[in-house]
Design a protein around this ligand. Structure first.
Ligand code: SF4
Length: 189
Protein backbone atom coordinates (compact mmCIF):
# COMPACT_ATOMS: atom_id res chain seq x y z
CA UNK A 1 0.00 0.00 0.00
CA UNK A 2 1.47 3.41 -0.89
CA UNK A 3 1.75 6.32 1.52
CA UNK A 4 -1.36 8.11 0.25
CA UNK A 5 -3.49 4.97 0.49
CA UNK A 6 -2.21 4.30 4.00
CA UNK A 7 -2.89 7.86 5.11
CA UNK A 8 -6.40 7.79 3.63
CA UNK A 9 -7.15 4.45 5.29
CA UNK A 10 -6.06 5.76 8.70
CA UNK A 11 -7.88 9.06 8.28
CA UNK A 12 -11.18 7.45 7.29
CA UNK A 13 -11.21 5.71 10.68
CA UNK A 14 -10.41 8.87 12.68
CA UNK A 15 -12.45 9.66 15.77
CA UNK A 16 -10.08 12.34 16.97
CA UNK A 17 -12.73 14.96 17.73
CA UNK A 18 -16.46 15.30 18.34
CA UNK A 19 -17.28 15.75 14.65
CA UNK A 20 -16.91 12.00 14.27
CA UNK A 21 -20.25 11.63 16.08
CA UNK A 22 -22.32 13.44 13.46
CA UNK A 23 -20.49 12.92 10.16
CA UNK A 24 -21.62 10.62 7.38
CA UNK A 25 -18.22 10.50 5.64
CA UNK A 26 -14.72 11.66 6.43
CA UNK A 27 -13.82 13.91 3.49
CA UNK A 28 -10.16 13.07 3.06
CA UNK A 29 -9.31 15.15 -0.03
CA UNK A 30 -9.36 14.97 -3.80
CA UNK A 31 -7.09 15.62 -6.74
CA UNK A 32 -3.61 14.92 -8.03
CA UNK A 33 -1.27 13.33 -5.51
CA UNK A 34 1.74 14.95 -7.16
CA UNK A 35 0.16 18.39 -7.52
CA UNK A 36 2.30 21.48 -7.07
CA UNK A 37 -0.71 23.52 -5.96
CA UNK A 38 -2.84 22.70 -2.89
CA UNK A 39 -6.20 24.34 -2.16
CA UNK A 40 -7.43 24.18 1.44
CA UNK A 41 -11.00 25.05 2.42
CA UNK A 42 -12.69 25.22 5.78
CA UNK A 43 -14.58 21.95 6.12
CA UNK A 44 -17.15 19.75 4.43
CA UNK A 45 -20.74 20.93 3.97
CA UNK A 46 -23.81 18.77 3.52
CA UNK A 47 -23.13 17.59 -0.06
CA UNK A 48 -19.49 16.86 0.75
CA UNK A 49 -20.49 14.92 3.87
CA UNK A 50 -22.97 12.89 1.83
CA UNK A 51 -20.54 12.12 -0.99
CA UNK A 52 -17.20 12.04 0.83
CA UNK A 53 -15.61 14.42 -1.69
CA UNK A 54 -14.55 18.05 -1.06
CA UNK A 55 -16.30 20.94 -2.82
CA UNK A 56 -19.09 19.13 -4.66
CA UNK A 57 -22.09 21.34 -3.85
CA UNK A 58 -22.88 24.73 -5.40
CA UNK A 59 -19.70 26.21 -3.90
CA UNK A 60 -17.78 23.31 -5.41
CA UNK A 61 -19.20 24.00 -8.86
CA UNK A 62 -18.09 27.60 -8.50
CA UNK A 63 -14.62 26.44 -7.41
CA UNK A 64 -14.43 24.25 -10.53
CA UNK A 65 -15.35 27.32 -12.63
CA UNK A 66 -12.69 29.39 -10.88
CA UNK A 67 -10.08 26.72 -11.56
CA UNK A 68 -11.12 26.51 -15.20
CA UNK A 69 -10.75 30.29 -15.62
CA UNK A 70 -6.99 29.92 -15.14
CA UNK A 71 -6.54 26.61 -16.92
CA UNK A 72 -6.72 24.37 -13.87
CA UNK A 73 -8.94 21.45 -12.94
CA UNK A 74 -9.02 18.74 -10.29
CA UNK A 75 -6.51 16.58 -12.15
CA UNK A 76 -3.89 19.34 -11.81
CA UNK A 77 -4.32 20.39 -8.14
CA UNK A 78 -5.12 18.82 -4.78
CA UNK A 79 -8.07 19.98 -2.65
CA UNK A 80 -8.39 19.49 1.11
CA UNK A 81 -9.92 21.08 4.17
CA UNK A 82 -8.87 22.25 7.65
CA UNK A 83 -11.33 19.76 9.18
CA UNK A 84 -12.29 16.56 7.39
CA UNK A 85 -15.70 16.00 8.97
CA UNK A 86 -18.73 18.27 8.65
CA UNK A 87 -19.43 20.66 11.52
CA UNK A 88 -23.16 20.36 12.39
CA UNK A 89 -25.38 22.91 10.61
CA UNK A 90 -22.26 24.17 8.80
CA UNK A 91 -21.04 26.15 11.81
CA UNK A 92 -17.40 27.26 11.84
CA UNK A 93 -15.06 24.51 13.01
CA UNK A 94 -13.99 24.96 16.65
CA UNK A 95 -10.33 25.58 17.45
CA UNK A 96 -10.21 22.26 19.28
CA UNK A 97 -11.54 20.47 16.17
CA UNK A 98 -9.05 22.17 13.86
CA UNK A 99 -6.22 21.33 16.26
CA UNK A 100 -7.32 17.68 16.40
CA UNK A 101 -7.50 17.48 12.60
CA UNK A 102 -4.37 19.44 11.75
CA UNK A 103 -2.12 16.37 11.73
CA UNK A 104 -3.97 14.90 8.75
CA UNK A 105 -3.49 18.05 6.69
CA UNK A 106 0.15 18.29 7.75
CA UNK A 107 0.75 14.73 6.60
CA UNK A 108 -0.94 15.48 3.28
CA UNK A 109 1.33 18.53 2.88
CA UNK A 110 4.37 16.36 3.69
CA UNK A 111 3.43 13.87 0.98
CA UNK A 112 2.56 16.54 -1.55
CA UNK A 113 5.34 19.12 -0.98
CA UNK A 114 3.26 21.75 -2.76
CA UNK A 115 4.96 24.87 -4.06
CA UNK A 116 1.80 26.92 -3.63
CA UNK A 117 -0.94 26.65 -1.01
CA UNK A 118 -4.19 28.53 -1.63
CA UNK A 119 -6.50 29.05 1.34
CA UNK A 120 -10.18 29.18 0.45
CA UNK A 121 -11.69 31.65 2.89
CA UNK A 122 -10.94 33.26 6.22
CA UNK A 123 -10.93 30.16 8.41
CA UNK A 124 -8.26 28.34 6.40
CA UNK A 125 -6.19 31.53 6.07
CA UNK A 126 -6.27 32.13 9.83
CA UNK A 127 -5.24 28.55 10.46
CA UNK A 128 -2.48 28.33 7.85
CA UNK A 129 -1.21 31.85 7.08
CA UNK A 130 -1.62 33.87 10.28
CA UNK A 131 -3.98 34.11 13.22
CA UNK A 132 -4.98 37.71 12.51
CA UNK A 133 -5.56 37.23 8.76
CA UNK A 134 -8.17 39.67 7.42
CA UNK A 135 -9.76 38.23 4.31
CA UNK A 136 -11.25 41.50 3.03
CA UNK A 137 -7.89 43.30 3.20
CA UNK A 138 -5.45 40.46 2.52
CA UNK A 139 -7.05 38.18 -0.08
CA UNK A 140 -4.76 37.82 -3.09
CA UNK A 141 -1.62 38.81 -1.16
CA UNK A 142 1.34 36.42 -1.02
CA UNK A 143 2.99 35.09 2.14
CA UNK A 144 5.85 32.61 2.58
CA UNK A 145 5.32 29.88 5.18
CA UNK A 146 7.43 26.72 5.60
CA UNK A 147 8.98 27.19 2.16
CA UNK A 148 5.59 27.47 0.44
CA UNK A 149 4.03 30.46 -1.24
CA UNK A 150 0.61 30.98 0.31
CA UNK A 151 -2.36 33.17 -0.55
CA UNK A 152 -6.06 33.27 0.19
CA UNK A 153 -9.07 33.66 -2.03
CA UNK A 154 -12.59 34.40 -0.86
CA UNK A 155 -14.37 31.14 -0.10
CA UNK A 156 -16.64 30.16 -3.03
CA UNK A 157 -19.61 30.21 -0.62
CA UNK A 158 -18.85 33.87 0.11
CA UNK A 159 -18.78 34.56 -3.63
CA UNK A 160 -22.19 32.91 -3.99
CA UNK A 161 -23.58 35.09 -1.19
CA UNK A 162 -21.94 38.28 -2.49
CA UNK A 163 -21.28 38.34 -6.27
CA UNK A 164 -19.81 41.86 -5.87
CA UNK A 165 -16.65 40.14 -4.61
CA UNK A 166 -16.16 38.26 -7.88
CA UNK A 167 -14.18 40.92 -9.83
CA UNK A 168 -11.60 41.08 -7.01
CA UNK A 169 -11.40 37.31 -7.02
CA UNK A 170 -10.82 37.26 -10.75
CA UNK A 171 -7.82 39.56 -10.20
CA UNK A 172 -6.57 37.23 -7.43
CA UNK A 173 -6.93 34.27 -9.78
CA UNK A 174 -4.85 36.03 -12.40
CA UNK A 175 -2.18 36.60 -9.75
CA UNK A 176 -2.33 32.92 -8.86
CA UNK A 177 -2.00 31.94 -12.50
CA UNK A 178 1.12 34.11 -12.87
CA UNK A 179 2.66 32.59 -9.72
CA UNK A 180 1.96 29.06 -10.96
CA UNK A 181 3.60 29.85 -14.29
CA UNK A 182 6.61 31.22 -12.40
CA UNK A 183 7.05 28.41 -9.85
CA UNK A 184 5.31 25.25 -11.05
CA UNK A 185 6.93 23.81 -14.17
CA UNK A 186 4.84 20.65 -14.09
CA UNK A 187 1.49 22.45 -13.90
CA UNK A 188 0.64 23.26 -17.50
CA UNK A 189 -1.77 26.18 -17.68
S1 SF4 B 1 -12.67 16.28 11.92
FE1 SF4 B 1 -10.60 15.45 11.70
S2 SF4 B 1 -9.93 15.00 13.80
FE2 SF4 B 1 -12.18 15.22 13.84
S3 SF4 B 1 -12.93 13.09 13.61
FE3 SF4 B 1 -12.87 14.06 11.55
S4 SF4 B 1 -10.87 13.46 10.69
FE4 SF4 B 1 -10.78 13.10 12.93
Amino acid sequence: MDDWQELRRECLECRGCGLAETRIHVVFGDGCQTAEVLFVGEGPGQSEDEQGVPFVGKAGQLLDDMLEMIGLNRTKVYIGNTVKCRPPRNRDPLNVEMAACRGWLDRQIELLHPKILVCLGRIAAKELIKEDFRITAEHGKWFVRDGMQMMALYHPSALLRDPMKRPETFEDLKGLQAKIRELCPNTKI
